[in-house]
Ligand binder design. Structure first.
Ligand code: HEM
Length: 275
Protein backbone atom coordinates (compact mmCIF):
# COMPACT_ATOMS: atom_id res chain seq x y z
CA UNK A 1 0.00 0.00 0.00
CA UNK A 2 0.91 3.69 -0.08
CA UNK A 3 2.18 3.73 3.52
CA UNK A 4 4.61 0.87 2.94
CA UNK A 5 5.71 2.47 -0.31
CA UNK A 6 6.48 5.76 1.41
CA UNK A 7 8.59 4.24 4.21
CA UNK A 8 10.45 2.17 1.66
CA UNK A 9 11.35 5.29 -0.28
CA UNK A 10 12.52 6.98 2.90
CA UNK A 11 14.63 3.95 3.78
CA UNK A 12 16.08 3.93 0.29
CA UNK A 13 17.11 7.53 0.65
CA UNK A 14 18.93 6.64 3.85
CA UNK A 15 20.73 3.73 2.22
CA UNK A 16 21.47 5.91 -0.80
CA UNK A 17 23.68 8.13 1.25
CA UNK A 18 27.37 7.36 1.27
CA UNK A 19 28.64 4.84 3.79
CA UNK A 20 31.77 6.99 4.27
CA UNK A 21 29.61 9.93 5.36
CA UNK A 22 27.35 7.86 7.57
CA UNK A 23 30.19 6.08 9.31
CA UNK A 24 31.93 9.36 10.05
CA UNK A 25 28.72 10.80 11.44
CA UNK A 26 27.79 7.88 13.70
CA UNK A 27 31.32 7.68 15.16
CA UNK A 28 31.76 11.41 15.68
CA UNK A 29 31.02 11.35 19.42
CA UNK A 30 33.10 8.22 19.86
CA UNK A 31 36.01 9.93 18.13
CA UNK A 32 35.83 12.79 20.59
CA UNK A 33 35.82 10.31 23.48
CA UNK A 34 38.77 8.39 21.99
CA UNK A 35 40.74 11.63 21.61
CA UNK A 36 40.03 12.45 25.24
CA UNK A 37 41.26 9.21 26.79
CA UNK A 38 44.24 9.74 29.11
CA UNK A 39 46.53 7.92 26.71
CA UNK A 40 45.56 10.00 23.67
CA UNK A 41 45.73 13.21 25.72
CA UNK A 42 49.30 12.32 26.71
CA UNK A 43 50.11 12.09 23.01
CA UNK A 44 48.48 15.38 22.17
CA UNK A 45 50.21 17.16 25.05
CA UNK A 46 53.57 15.85 23.86
CA UNK A 47 53.88 13.94 27.12
CA UNK A 48 53.88 10.38 25.87
CA UNK A 49 56.42 8.29 27.77
CA UNK A 50 58.40 5.30 26.62
CA UNK A 51 56.48 2.88 28.90
CA UNK A 52 53.19 4.22 27.53
CA UNK A 53 54.25 3.89 23.93
CA UNK A 54 55.78 0.44 24.39
CA UNK A 55 52.65 -0.87 26.07
CA UNK A 56 50.48 0.64 23.33
CA UNK A 57 52.63 -1.07 20.69
CA UNK A 58 52.08 -4.44 22.40
CA UNK A 59 48.31 -4.03 22.12
CA UNK A 60 48.50 -2.71 18.56
CA UNK A 61 50.53 -5.81 17.72
CA UNK A 62 47.75 -8.15 18.87
CA UNK A 63 45.03 -5.98 17.31
CA UNK A 64 46.64 -5.72 13.87
CA UNK A 65 47.59 -9.38 13.96
CA UNK A 66 43.90 -10.23 14.34
CA UNK A 67 42.66 -7.52 11.96
CA UNK A 68 45.07 -8.35 9.15
CA UNK A 69 44.56 -12.08 9.62
CA UNK A 70 40.79 -11.74 9.12
CA UNK A 71 41.16 -9.26 6.25
CA UNK A 72 43.59 -11.61 4.49
CA UNK A 73 41.29 -14.56 5.02
CA UNK A 74 38.29 -12.64 3.68
CA UNK A 75 40.10 -10.68 0.97
CA UNK A 76 37.86 -12.09 -1.78
CA UNK A 77 34.63 -11.35 0.06
CA UNK A 78 32.64 -8.76 -1.95
CA UNK A 79 32.41 -6.45 1.08
CA UNK A 80 36.14 -6.71 1.81
CA UNK A 81 37.79 -6.86 -1.65
CA UNK A 82 37.18 -3.15 -2.48
CA UNK A 83 38.86 -1.98 0.76
CA UNK A 84 41.64 -4.59 0.81
CA UNK A 85 44.93 -2.68 0.49
CA UNK A 86 47.62 -4.78 2.17
CA UNK A 87 50.53 -3.23 0.22
CA UNK A 88 49.51 0.28 1.27
CA UNK A 89 48.11 -0.25 4.75
CA UNK A 90 49.51 -3.38 6.39
CA UNK A 91 50.79 -2.45 9.87
CA UNK A 92 51.88 -5.75 11.40
CA UNK A 93 55.42 -5.86 9.95
CA UNK A 94 56.04 -2.24 11.04
CA UNK A 95 54.82 -2.94 14.56
CA UNK A 96 57.07 -6.00 14.75
CA UNK A 97 60.05 -3.86 13.73
CA UNK A 98 59.20 -1.30 16.42
CA UNK A 99 58.73 -3.95 19.11
CA UNK A 100 62.09 -5.48 18.24
CA UNK A 101 63.68 -2.04 18.49
CA UNK A 102 62.28 -1.44 21.98
CA UNK A 103 62.27 -4.94 23.49
CA UNK A 104 65.12 -6.64 21.62
CA UNK A 105 65.22 -9.90 19.64
CA UNK A 106 63.14 -11.82 22.21
CA UNK A 107 60.32 -9.22 22.10
CA UNK A 108 57.69 -11.88 21.42
CA UNK A 109 58.10 -13.20 24.97
CA UNK A 110 57.69 -9.71 26.40
CA UNK A 111 54.40 -8.72 24.79
CA UNK A 112 51.77 -7.98 27.44
CA UNK A 113 48.20 -6.89 26.80
CA UNK A 114 45.18 -6.16 29.00
CA UNK A 115 41.85 -7.99 28.88
CA UNK A 116 40.32 -5.24 26.71
CA UNK A 117 42.81 -6.05 23.94
CA UNK A 118 41.86 -9.71 24.11
CA UNK A 119 38.19 -8.74 23.81
CA UNK A 120 38.95 -6.56 20.76
CA UNK A 121 40.86 -9.39 19.05
CA UNK A 122 38.14 -11.86 19.92
CA UNK A 123 35.52 -9.61 18.30
CA UNK A 124 37.65 -9.22 15.15
CA UNK A 125 38.01 -12.99 14.75
CA UNK A 126 34.35 -13.53 15.49
CA UNK A 127 33.12 -11.17 12.76
CA UNK A 128 35.84 -12.52 10.46
CA UNK A 129 34.02 -15.85 10.73
CA UNK A 130 30.41 -14.75 11.09
CA UNK A 131 30.00 -11.30 9.50
CA UNK A 132 32.86 -10.44 7.14
CA UNK A 133 30.67 -7.63 5.76
CA UNK A 134 31.28 -5.81 9.08
CA UNK A 135 35.06 -5.85 8.67
CA UNK A 136 34.99 -2.56 6.76
CA UNK A 137 33.95 -0.89 10.03
CA UNK A 138 37.07 -2.13 11.80
CA UNK A 139 39.42 -1.47 8.89
CA UNK A 140 38.01 2.07 8.62
CA UNK A 141 38.39 2.78 12.33
CA UNK A 142 42.03 1.75 12.50
CA UNK A 143 43.50 2.54 9.09
CA UNK A 144 41.77 5.84 8.41
CA UNK A 145 42.60 6.89 11.95
CA UNK A 146 46.24 5.99 11.41
CA UNK A 147 46.23 7.97 8.16
CA UNK A 148 44.63 11.01 9.86
CA UNK A 149 45.48 11.99 13.43
CA UNK A 150 48.07 9.23 13.51
CA UNK A 151 50.37 11.22 11.25
CA UNK A 152 50.59 14.12 13.70
CA UNK A 153 50.87 11.73 16.65
CA UNK A 154 53.93 10.09 15.11
CA UNK A 155 55.82 13.37 15.01
CA UNK A 156 54.74 14.25 18.54
CA UNK A 157 55.78 10.80 19.79
CA UNK A 158 59.22 11.21 18.23
CA UNK A 159 59.74 14.54 20.01
CA UNK A 160 58.26 13.41 23.34
CA UNK A 161 60.49 10.39 23.63
CA UNK A 162 63.52 12.00 22.00
CA UNK A 163 63.84 9.23 19.43
CA UNK A 164 66.36 9.66 16.65
CA UNK A 165 65.15 9.63 13.05
CA UNK A 166 62.13 7.37 13.06
CA UNK A 167 63.57 4.58 15.18
CA UNK A 168 60.75 2.66 16.82
CA UNK A 169 58.16 4.71 14.94
CA UNK A 170 57.62 2.73 11.74
CA UNK A 171 54.04 2.10 12.87
CA UNK A 172 53.22 5.70 11.93
CA UNK A 173 54.91 5.58 8.52
CA UNK A 174 53.05 4.52 5.36
CA UNK A 175 55.73 4.22 2.67
CA UNK A 176 53.14 2.82 0.25
CA UNK A 177 50.92 5.90 0.59
CA UNK A 178 52.37 9.04 -0.99
CA UNK A 179 49.39 11.25 -0.14
CA UNK A 180 47.34 10.25 2.91
CA UNK A 181 44.56 12.63 1.88
CA UNK A 182 44.26 11.29 -1.65
CA UNK A 183 44.40 7.76 -0.33
CA UNK A 184 41.64 8.50 2.17
CA UNK A 185 39.52 9.77 -0.74
CA UNK A 186 40.12 6.58 -2.66
CA UNK A 187 39.35 4.50 0.41
CA UNK A 188 36.07 6.33 1.00
CA UNK A 189 34.98 5.83 -2.61
CA UNK A 190 35.81 2.12 -2.29
CA UNK A 191 33.77 1.95 0.91
CA UNK A 192 30.88 3.58 -0.92
CA UNK A 193 31.09 1.01 -3.72
CA UNK A 194 30.34 -1.88 -1.35
CA UNK A 195 26.84 -3.20 -1.90
CA UNK A 196 25.05 -3.69 1.38
CA UNK A 197 21.46 -4.39 2.29
CA UNK A 198 19.94 -1.90 4.67
CA UNK A 199 20.30 -4.38 7.49
CA UNK A 200 23.95 -5.00 6.68
CA UNK A 201 24.63 -1.29 6.46
CA UNK A 202 23.11 -0.71 9.88
CA UNK A 203 25.24 -3.57 11.15
CA UNK A 204 28.38 -1.92 9.74
CA UNK A 205 27.51 1.41 11.37
CA UNK A 206 26.86 -0.28 14.71
CA UNK A 207 30.13 -2.18 14.39
CA UNK A 208 32.05 1.04 13.76
CA UNK A 209 30.77 2.50 17.02
CA UNK A 210 31.74 -0.75 18.70
CA UNK A 211 35.20 -0.61 17.11
CA UNK A 212 35.78 2.84 18.61
CA UNK A 213 34.46 1.61 21.95
CA UNK A 214 36.88 -1.33 21.90
CA UNK A 215 39.76 1.04 21.21
CA UNK A 216 38.72 3.32 24.07
CA UNK A 217 38.59 0.35 26.45
CA UNK A 218 42.08 -0.71 25.37
CA UNK A 219 43.44 2.81 26.00
CA UNK A 220 41.78 2.95 29.42
CA UNK A 221 43.13 -0.47 30.38
CA UNK A 222 46.62 0.50 29.24
CA UNK A 223 46.55 3.55 31.50
CA UNK A 224 45.53 1.35 34.43
CA UNK A 225 48.38 -1.03 33.65
CA UNK A 226 50.80 1.89 33.64
CA UNK A 227 49.47 2.92 37.01
CA UNK A 228 50.56 -0.46 38.34
CA UNK A 229 54.10 -0.05 37.06
CA UNK A 230 54.18 3.47 38.46
CA UNK A 231 52.77 2.72 41.87
CA UNK A 232 54.30 -0.63 42.65
CA UNK A 233 57.33 -2.79 42.15
CA UNK A 234 55.30 -4.87 39.71
CA UNK A 235 57.24 -4.53 36.50
CA UNK A 236 55.74 -4.91 33.06
CA UNK A 237 58.60 -3.16 31.35
CA UNK A 238 62.35 -3.40 31.59
CA UNK A 239 63.84 -1.83 34.76
CA UNK A 240 65.69 0.72 32.61
CA UNK A 241 62.35 2.40 31.95
CA UNK A 242 61.62 2.81 35.64
CA UNK A 243 63.53 6.05 35.93
CA UNK A 244 61.27 7.78 33.43
CA UNK A 245 58.28 7.03 35.63
CA UNK A 246 56.99 9.32 38.31
CA UNK A 247 56.41 7.43 41.51
CA UNK A 248 53.78 8.89 43.85
CA UNK A 249 55.16 9.37 47.36
CA UNK A 250 52.32 7.64 49.21
CA UNK A 251 52.95 4.41 47.37
CA UNK A 252 56.73 4.45 47.45
CA UNK A 253 56.62 4.84 51.21
CA UNK A 254 54.76 1.51 51.42
CA UNK A 255 57.01 -1.49 51.98
CA UNK A 256 58.36 -3.18 48.85
CA UNK A 257 56.39 -6.34 49.62
CA UNK A 258 53.17 -4.39 50.09
CA UNK A 259 53.76 -2.62 46.79
CA UNK A 260 54.24 -5.90 44.94
CA UNK A 261 51.10 -7.34 46.51
CA UNK A 262 49.14 -4.19 45.57
CA UNK A 263 50.46 -4.40 42.01
CA UNK A 264 49.47 -8.05 41.73
CA UNK A 265 45.95 -7.28 42.91
CA UNK A 266 45.51 -4.62 40.25
CA UNK A 267 47.04 -6.91 37.61
CA UNK A 268 44.64 -9.69 38.50
CA UNK A 269 41.70 -7.28 38.47
CA UNK A 270 42.67 -6.08 34.99
CA UNK A 271 43.28 -9.56 33.66
CA UNK A 272 46.63 -8.74 32.14
CA UNK A 273 47.93 -11.40 29.79
CA UNK A 274 51.56 -12.05 29.19
CA UNK A 275 51.77 -13.71 25.79
C1 HEM B 1 45.10 11.95 19.87
C2 HEM B 1 44.07 11.39 19.35
C3 HEM B 1 43.49 11.70 18.02
C4 HEM B 1 43.57 12.83 17.27
C5 HEM B 1 44.28 14.13 17.58
C6 HEM B 1 42.83 12.58 16.05
C7 HEM B 1 42.68 13.49 15.02
C8 HEM B 1 42.04 13.24 13.84
C9 HEM B 1 41.94 14.15 12.74
C10 HEM B 1 42.53 15.57 12.72
C11 HEM B 1 41.24 13.56 11.76
C12 HEM B 1 40.88 14.14 10.41
C13 HEM B 1 39.50 14.66 10.46
C14 HEM B 1 38.98 14.97 9.10
O1 HEM B 1 39.59 14.59 8.09
O2 HEM B 1 37.91 15.55 9.03
C15 HEM B 1 40.90 12.24 12.24
C16 HEM B 1 40.19 11.33 11.53
C17 HEM B 1 39.93 10.05 11.95
N1 HEM B 1 40.27 9.50 13.16
FE1 HEM B 1 41.25 10.41 14.63
N2 HEM B 1 42.32 11.31 16.09
C18 HEM B 1 42.72 10.75 17.27
C19 HEM B 1 42.44 9.50 17.72
C20 HEM B 1 41.75 8.56 16.99
C21 HEM B 1 41.48 7.23 17.44
C22 HEM B 1 41.93 6.64 18.77
C23 HEM B 1 40.78 6.60 16.46
C24 HEM B 1 40.23 5.21 16.39
C25 HEM B 1 40.69 4.20 17.05
C26 HEM B 1 40.61 7.57 15.38
C27 HEM B 1 39.96 7.32 14.21
C28 HEM B 1 39.80 8.22 13.19
C29 HEM B 1 39.13 7.92 11.94
C30 HEM B 1 38.50 6.61 11.56
C31 HEM B 1 39.21 9.06 11.16
C32 HEM B 1 38.66 9.26 9.76
C33 HEM B 1 37.38 10.01 9.82
C34 HEM B 1 36.75 10.11 8.43
O3 HEM B 1 37.27 10.84 7.63
O4 HEM B 1 35.75 9.43 8.19
N3 HEM B 1 41.20 8.73 15.75
N4 HEM B 1 41.41 12.08 13.50
Amino acid sequence: TMEVQKTETAAEKMTDRDLSEQIKKVTKDSHVRAENTELMLSFQRGKVTLPQYKLLLCSLYKIYQALEEVLDRNSEHPAVAPIYFPAELERLPSIETDLEYFYGPDWRKKVVVPAATERYCHRLRQIGRENPEFLVAHAYTRYLGDLSGGQVLGRIAQKSMGLKNSEGLSFFAFPGVSSPNLFKQLYRSRMNSIELTEEERNGVLEEAVRAFELNIQVFDDLQKMLLITESSGFSLTKPTDAKTLQVPGAVTSASPLLRIVMGLFVALALGIYAL
